[in-house]
Each structure stands twice: as structure tokens, then as C-alpha cells.
Design a binder for this molecule. Structure first.
Ligand SMILES: Cc1cc2nc3c(=O)[nH]c(=O)nc-3n(C[C@H](O)[C@H](O)[C@H](O)COP(=O)(O)OP(=O)(O)OC[C@H]3O[C@@H](n4cnc5c(N)ncnc54)[C@H](O)[C@@H]3O)c2cc1C
Length: 273
């Protein structure tokens, strides 16, 4: 462990109100959920913060409910809770599929949906699902609550519109019409960060979202439009190639990512046709 743990401070609020008050008055505090991302930084000695707000005891943030016709998944819902949830299985099976492929069982037991979203890695496996589902991020501060459409949440690489005094409290998902599809391509099935990850919906208006091909998760608006207007999958694949600008990095090359993205599009179209 490269970080001296003795200089770290941890607040453990018992209620949401306490948590939001601490965040506003005692900050800057870094929210800590399952700590599966934060612990990596702690171990590498790259952790920026020294003061943390432990969310783990805030049970209301674990709730998974349907209100009206909106599925609400609490920010503190773990991957295991998502996999076991009948509501999520029925309403958003592509999220269950993504959750099953995150890390190993230990990570699934501790890692949370809110942590994945807040961490904002372009390779985060749930992000394309939330983008394709037109999810809404619910942000709460001591004085107010606001709902931000998922496609307006990220402002750049691991940057978002969340203010320091706000917590992500839930992800809300309206009904999704059509067949849902998810596929992650990595070095191996378990414990691997994706090279490309796609979530898609084949409804009246096809929806496609890709991770690991840009600084943030992207909706493939032009490719969606091509498919919606009746273009065949070859034409849509050409549009997709032009629409994304992946980079070369330690995990993969831009060319490989582009090829994989096109293969995923074809696979989606075949399997849901
Ligand atoms: C071995 C290993 C394998 C992994 N495999 C995968 C994988 O396959 N796919 C994948 O996508 N990820 C993977 N991860 C990354 C990680 O497990 C996920 O991103 C997880 O969802 C993070 O959730 P957490 O609760 O542990 O977040 P934490 O580590 O507690 O927090 C992560 C970030 O989010 C912030 N945060 C957390 N909750 C909130 C909230 N409610 N409001 C505001 N900010 C918040 C924290 O301040 C921090 O910046 C892996 C990690 C490890 C160590």
C-alpha cells in the first residue's frame, strides 16, 4: 500500500441528511461507496483526496423500485443486487448482463452502480447500458434534487456535471421498448477491462451506445439514424466507422477497436432480427 492510511479521514454518516450536510459543510469530501475503484488508487499511491464520506451505511441508497413506469436503481445497489433483482431482470436485462461481466464475485459484491457512473471511466461497463436506455442521473444536495439526462451528465474524460456538494442517489430508467443487447469485448471474460463495450436496443428507433472508443461513453446517433431510416447493416457499419474516433492505448489500437465496434453492430443486428 503506497498511501499512508493514518493521514486519511473517514466520516460515516447515519442518515442521508447527515451525509449531505457533511458534504456541504465539512468538504471537500470524496464519497466512498464500495471502494473498488478508490482502493486501487489508494494502493498505487495516486489517491488525490484525504477526506472521505462513507456511504455504505445509507440503506435508502440501495433501493431498487418501480415508481409509475420508471425503474429506479439506487446508487448504492451492488452488481450482485442488480443481478438478483427481479425488477431489473424484467425491465433492464441488459444491465443484468453487464453486471454479470463486471470483475469477479468479490467486485460484484462490493462495486456499485453509482460508483461506476461517478468514476466515469469510458470503459465502465454499465455506462453504455444507461446511455442506450436513456437513463436519468438523480443528484441530490442538502437543499435540492435535480435530474440530469445521461447524455448530458459527462462533460469530458472522467468529468461530469456533479457538484462537490451532490451525491448521485439513483439512476432512473423509463420503459425501454424493444430487444435489449449487451456485449463486452476484453482480453478475457472475467477481470478484464473492456476494449470495446456495446449496449443496444432494437425498438421502433434503434439505440446504440459504445464504451472505450472515446473519452466518454457515446451514443451513435448517426448510425442509429441510418438504421431507423431502413439502411442495411452494411451501410450502417460504414456510418459507424466514420462516426467513432477511437485511440491507440495500452489496451488496444484504434483500428482494432473500430473493427470490433463494427462486428458488434453486425452481431446485434443478426441476433435481434
Ligand atoms: C479487480 C477489479 C475489477 C474490475 N472490473 C470492472 C469491470 O469489469 N467493469 C467495470 O465497469 N468496472 C470494473 N472495475 C471498477 C469498479 O469495480 C467499478 O467501477 C465499480 O462500480 C465502482 O463502484 P464502487 O462502489 O466500488 O466505487 P468507489 O470506488 O467507492 O468510488 C468510485 C468513484 O465514484 C465516487 N462515488 C461513488 N459513489 C458515489 C455516489 N453515490 N455519488 C457520488 N460519487 C460517488 C467516488 O468518490 C469515486 O470517485 C473493477 C475494479 C477492480 C478493482
Amino acid at each position: 500500500m503506497r498511501t499512508a492510511v493514518s493521514r486519511l479521514e473517514l466520516r460515516a454518516p447515519r442518515t442521508m441528511r447527515d451525509a449531505l450536510r457533511m458534504l456541504r459543510d465539512d468538504g471537500p469530501l470524496t464519497p466512498l461507496a464500495g471502494a473498488t475503484d478508490l482502493y486501487v488508487a489508494l494502493n498505487f499511491g495516486t489517491l488525490q483526496s484525504a477526506k472521505f464520506l462513507d456511504l455504505w451505511g445509507l440503506d435508502p441508497l440501495r433501493r431498487i423500485t418501480v415508481r409509475g413506469d420508471v425503474l429506479s436503481v439506487g446508487a448504492l445497489a451492488t452488481y450482485t443486487a442488480i443481478i438478483r433483482s427481479r425488477l431489473v431482470r424484467r425491465r433492464l436485462p441488459m444491465l443484468v448482463r453487464a453486471a454479470r461481466e463486471v470483475g469477479g464475485l468479490q467486485i460484484q459484491n462490493r462495486g456499485t452502480l453509482g460508483g461506476n457512473v461517478a468514476n466515469g471511466s469510458p470503459a465502465g461497463d454499465t455506462l453504455p447500458v444507461l446511455a442506450a436506455a436513456d437513463a436519468v442521473v438523480v443528484l441530490r444536495s442538502l437543499d435540492s434534487e435535480r435530474r440530469v439526462p445521461f447524455d448530458q451528465f459527462y462533460t469530458g474524460y472522467r468529468q461530469s456535471v456533479r457538484r462537490d456538494d451532490e451525491l448521485i442517489v439513483a439512476l432512473e430508467v423509463p420503459p425501454v421498448e424493444g430487444a435489449q443487447w449487451f456485449r463486452k469485448v476484453g482480453t478475457r471474460a472475467a477481470q478484464a477491462i473492456s476494449k470495446v463495450v456495446m449496449a443496444a436496443v432494437r425498438g421502433p428507433e434503434p439505440r446504440l451506445a459504445l464504451g472505450s472508443v472515446a473519452p466518454t461513453v457515446v451514443r451513435l446517433v448517426r448510425t442509429e439514424r441510418a438504421l431507423a431510416s431502413g439502411a442495411d447493416v452494411d451501410a450502417a457499419a460504414r456510418t459507424l466507422r466514420e462516426e467513432i474516433s477511437p485511440i491507440d492505448d495500452m489496451r488496444s489500437t484504434a483500428d482494432y477497436r473500430r473493427d470490433v465496434a463494427v462486428n458488434l453492430l453486425r452481431r446485434f443486428w443478426e441476433e435481434t432480427g
